[in-house]
Design a protein around this ligand. Sequence first.
Ligand code: ZN
Length: 380
Amino acid sequence: MILAAALAMAIGPQRSLPDEVSADRLIGTVKGLAQFHTRNTNSPGLTEACEWAAAQLLTIPRLQVEVMKYRASGNRVAEEKDVVQVVAVLPGRTDRRILVGGHIDSLNLRDDPVTGRAPGANDDASGTALAMELARVMATREWENTLVFVCFSGEEQGLLGSTALAQRAKDENWKLEAVFNNDIVGNSVNTQGFKDKKQIRLFSDPADTTKSRELARFTEWTVRQELKSFRVKLVYRNDRFGRGGDHTPFMRQGFNAVRFCEVWEDFTRQHNDQDTPEHVDKEYLRNATRANLVAMVALANAKPAPERVRIDRRQGHDTRVTWTRVDGVEYVLYHRNSSSPVWEKSIEIGTVGEYTVKGINKDDNVFAIGAKGGIPVEAT
Ligand SMILES: [Zn+2]
């Protein structure tokens, strides 16, 4: 006992990974990005900002950093040309991938879109800084799965960079299991007087049984278990009303993708010269980063999802669930009332291939099985 106590004193309490997320580093990155006059995809500022972000990421051990070129075209691009975005990969033990990103480009719609001052601190240096901070923190550990950190460009011209990367992921057969898009995630209060420091919205597919919805539901559950005073507010829409984001092209290619966004946007400071770092709440951005992190950590260590998850159809007040188990994989059972949008309880059940829940009726409840840390699969 004395030795253990002495050792604990010498080492100090072990810091958890969410504690390692730094508000100062996050706001430092936001300021670094906002220093470019504009990061409009049609301007030289975009290339300069991508090179700056790539240089930051290159200081992180083991991270493979690529300045990815793609062809930008469409009615919001002055002339068709090659542009860049940044894709950084942290190799895991498997080639299954988890992706997180924000868009590095900005624009000024009030003055001139290309030459107008566009600091884009909240939209979306905040999401870019979040992804870069996750790269820093997660690169300090080894993971089962491969992690991808992205600074998308061409978002403001019609999701060009995410469309190019989603197409590439499809063409190269990436085993992409989850995509977290973070766009406008750094402000907790707006000029209209609305504020919410304790929640972040997470948008997912409007259809209830899609994998994107299950990813959102699992993220909400994980954050509720891991963080004390910050919550994910699920929104059952693909995005904000009439608007889109960089997760959408991934969904179109069949991947599970969701979008984080602050609760109360300040529309008066978007797409003009007022979107500056002093209006970014670094503690809120830190919490947004921690919410992403705890979900990423779970998924980064998860084994493949179970298959053939079935409910025994015989009548009774207990519910027996079966699935195809894989040796060595630990499973978790989740359940919720059919009218509850979120998981109400989970039970760690070990390396088994069947489990009976006593006294919880399959008529009234939804059940799912997940590999530990992975997206649950609803039992049918
Ligand atoms: Zn944006």
